[in-house]
Ligand binder design. Sequence first.
Ligand code: HEC
Ligand code: HEC
Length: 261
Amino acid sequence: MGVNQPKSTARQRARASTAWIVGGVCVSLLLTLAAFAWATERSLAAAEANEPFRALSRSPAAQVSFGTELAPEIRAAVAREGDAQRGRDVYASCAVCHLDDGGGRPDGTFPQLAGQHTSVIIKQLVDIREGRRSNPLMLEFARRLSGSQEVADVARYVSGLDRPLHNGVGPGTGLEVGVALYARDCASCHGAHGEGDASRFIPALAGQHYAYMLRQIRNIGAGRRGNAHPDMMALAAGYSDAELMALVDYASRIRGGGAGE
Ligand code: HEC
Ligand code: HEC
């Protein structure tokens, strides 16, 4: 007995640990299944949320996508037909800062809006309106818009204005670095001529003020501009400040492949 006692205890222990292992495997199987079901449900919900885009994607001009989830009001405004006439009235409240011609200021306090893609204006305006992009100065004005129709109207109006090409440029000292880095890292999204991409909400940079772009790219790299594209955030975070200056200096001098080039 005295000899058997430890043996049977060992056997019991072995049996107990086998039970634990089998139990553990079952639990992790169940967890995997639950996670799988959750993920499937999520991707179905995401596909449903993108339904308006599928309808839009039949018309190539309005095909839209972004690196992260888009807010419902952005999708709603993009799907609407903007009325430039009504947008002109709405824009009266914006002109105090962005000026009548939509050109903003070369010192970079206010960005150029004229000629920017409608989809980009919509996304930025709604991100500001809903607090994803911090802009205390403009918040009240953005909030006053009654809804996605007014957002679409004002975006349509301002994107239809001629882009003035007397924008603020940088010091011009790092252009060789700027042109090389731009071609390597930025052109795939912002375009070889800084023309941006309406379908992916990518801003045109051509004609934009140097000082404004420098503030934005610093903010995007530091994660201070909410809801920016994750790929661009990672890129911007990897440069020295001198490289950022060279990049946007070059970008401030490209002319969208248009008449100004
Ligand atoms: C009180 C001044 C002010 C008013 C009024 C104002 N804005 Fe702005 N807006 C700004 C400032 C400042 C910025 C840039 C903030 C920053 O540096 O992030 C900006 C940025 C923007 C941007 C982002 C541009 C880009 O390239 O990312 C859009 C779009 C915009 N404004 C549209 C509007 C519209 C439309 C109105 C009118 C409904 C308006 N703004 C009224 C000050 C103003
Ligand atoms: C993966 C695509 C992608 C790449 C690559 C990329 N960007 Fe962007 N960039 C974007 C998008 C999208 C936005 C608008 C983000 C938002 O919605 O807030 C943006 C915004 C900007 C802005 C602010 C413009 C404005 O009007 O507010 C600047 C400046 C800019 N990018 C410069 C650059 C430069 C310079 C590079 C190369 C180092 C670069 N980007 C690479 C997608 C990209």
